[in-house]
Write a protein that binds this ligand. Structure first.
Ligand SMILES: Nc1ncnc2c1ncn2[C@@H]1O[C@H](COP(=O)(O)OP(=O)(O)OP(=O)(O)O)[C@@H](O)[C@H]1O
Length: 197
């Protein structure tokens, strides 16, 4: 999958000009760059929810229905419990992910079960990231996009979240793009680094 000639300008501010990028299907594609560099905007462009001013050629980018996009700040479904949220993802997704993958069974038993009946809106930020990443991974899509999935997450839970994301590439051969400010967290994982200036 590639993006070519990606350009975005807000009045006199140029965020990108003829930017080309090729995404790997052998590694987690990690977009990095300073605050305001345009990481989320590029994800929005790829997922087809981006600003109309963004232009560029999409080559082999899956259709919107084939993309699972986990936004950075989610404010919906706050009154659903974790159980209801995961049940929703299960109904939309592939049951084999949980039944055949011990990693997911361990996360469910050791982490999700403790917060199973708590409303999503009452979880801590890190707990919410954990539940939503788990849920996104249950889906069966071609492309998975995570916007700063480890932002505000503690060291142990960061490893768990990144392992779930890595399993998409390593065990299910999915295309994965995420953004991150903390590249040290990714040191032990297969990563294709994409730097935005
Ligand atoms: N409608 C707009 N008009 C002008 N500037 C805009 C508009 N929408 C977004 N921007 C600017 O585009 C820039 C890129 O935003 P974006 O959210 O993509 O950055 P980011 O790299 O994801 O940042 P962060 O690391 O802080 O999450 C920001 O500086 C933002 O102010």
């Amino acid at each position: 999958m590639q993006i070519k000639n990606y350009s975005l300008r807000y009045v006199d501010r140029v965020l990108a000009q003829n930017f080309d990028v090729e995404f790997s299907n052998q590694a987690i594609n990690v977009i990095t760059g300073a605050n305001g560099a345009g990481k989320t905007t590029l994800l929005d462009f790829i997922a087809d929810v981006g600003p109309k001013a963004a232009k560029g050629d999409k080559i082999n980018v899956p259709k919107q229905a084939e993309i699972a996009y986990q936004l950075q700040h989610i404010h919906f479904f706050t009154t659903l419990s974790v159980a209801q949220t995961i049940t929703m993802y299960r109904q939309l997704g592939d049951p084999a992910v949980e039944t055949q993958n011990p990693t997911f069974q361990i996360i469910k038993a050791q982490i999700l079960d403790k917060i199973w009946h708590v409303e999503m809106g009452k979880l801590s930020g890190g707990e919410r990231q954990m539940v939503l990443t788990y849920g996104q991974c249950l889906l069966d899509r071609k492309l998975y996009i995570f916007d700063e999935p480890t932002s505000g997450v503690d060291v142990d839970n960061t490893k768990i979240i990144l392992n779930m994301i890595a399993s998409l590439v390593q065990e299910r051969q999915k295309l994965v793009i995420m953004t991150s400010h903390n590249l040290e967290q990714l040191a032990e994982l297969p990563v294709n680094l994409i730097a935005l200036a």
